[in-house]
Unconditional design. Structure first.
Length: 283
């Protein structure tokens, strides 16, 4: 299958930056637009893979091509896999869509190296609470800086990031339009809002590689039963590849968002945009 970038070490934990790399904003390879955090847009080049120094704020933003301030964009909140950081959003968004969304990269809640460049997702209650708070702080900040549709926020993640994305979505289903997990298992013990989840019918997309060791009939059956118990609007896609991170899965994720969340959003829009029935003309 057509890989995103065969030399990009998606499965490899990141290592400290070479001291020779100039990390000043004006020389940053992705075109930094802010000194307080990284904001990337789709006009930037993606010729090589870089591990950037951690900014003061643990989040990164991606602006769509030809960004229009008067249009309310859906937001994709991205959870990187273990051993990476919030800047994975810069690698993901060009293959998801360069025009449709504003991307928000969230940093993992546990440091994975002494240099502070790489992070994991810890699933302790305190760590999940902190992640939930960080997600909505990032959404709030992004909403003050960019034009985001408040009722079209999608959580998505890769491997352990996909599991964490589901954890947060299951905790606050009324605030999330949908959740995408690429190779991340369904978390256990996150069904406290059982009645609310059944009413919400949360849209969920699970993307699995047939070669993923976590993918097997028994596990999928158990997770599907859990999803059915909360009446989730679940779609599962399987791929004949060594893992879930490729251009096909990202293209399918974009199609799912446009079809399930944008065109057929189950979260009601404000009255300003709602349609009203009209009578046909007698002519």
């Amino acid at each position: 299958m057509n890989r995103i970038n065969k030399v990009t070490p998606w499965q490899t934990e990141c290592s400290p930056l070479d001291a020779s790399i100039d990390s000043s904003p004006q020389n940053h390879p992705m075109g930094v637009q802010s000194t307080s955090d990284f904001v990337t847009d789709a006009n930037s080049a993606y010729d090589s893979f870089h591990l950037w120094p951690s900014p003061p704020q643990p989040r990164s933003y991606f602006l769509p091509l030809h960004y229009v301030e008067t249009y309310q964009y859906p937001a994709v909140v991205w959870f990187h896999h273990n051993g990476f950081n919030e800047h994975q959003i810069d690698q993901i968004m060009p293959h998801l869509s360069t025009r449709n969304y504003i991307g928000i990269g969230i940093r993992g809640n546990q440091a994975a190296d002494s240099a502070g460049h790489c992070f994991n997702w810890h699933d302790s209650p305190a760590a999940v609470d902190a992640t939930q708070e960080a997600v909505f702080e990032a959404i709030e900040e992004a909403s003050t800086r960019f034009s985001i549709h408040p009722q079209r926020v999608i959580l998505a993640g890769y491997q352990d990031g996909g599991t964490m994305a589901q954890r947060i979505a299951l905790r606050v289903p009324s605030k999330i339009s949908g959740v995408i997990s690429m190779g991340g298992i369904l978390p256990q013990g996150e069904f406290a809002l059982f009645d609310e989840l059944r009413l919400r019918k949360l849209p969920m997309l699970w993307q699995w590689s047939s070669q993923n060791p976590l993918y097997n009939d028994q596990k999928i059956r158990e997770d599907c039963q859990l999803a059915m118990s909360i009446s989730a609007d679940l779609e599962i896609r399987q791929y004949a590849d060594e893992d879930e991170m490729n251009t096909i899965t990202l293209r399918d994720a974009n199609e799912w968002i446009m079809r399930k969340v944008i065109a057929g959003s189950s979260i009601s829009d404000s009255n300003q945009w709602s349609s009203k029935s009209v009578a046909y003309s007698a002519n």
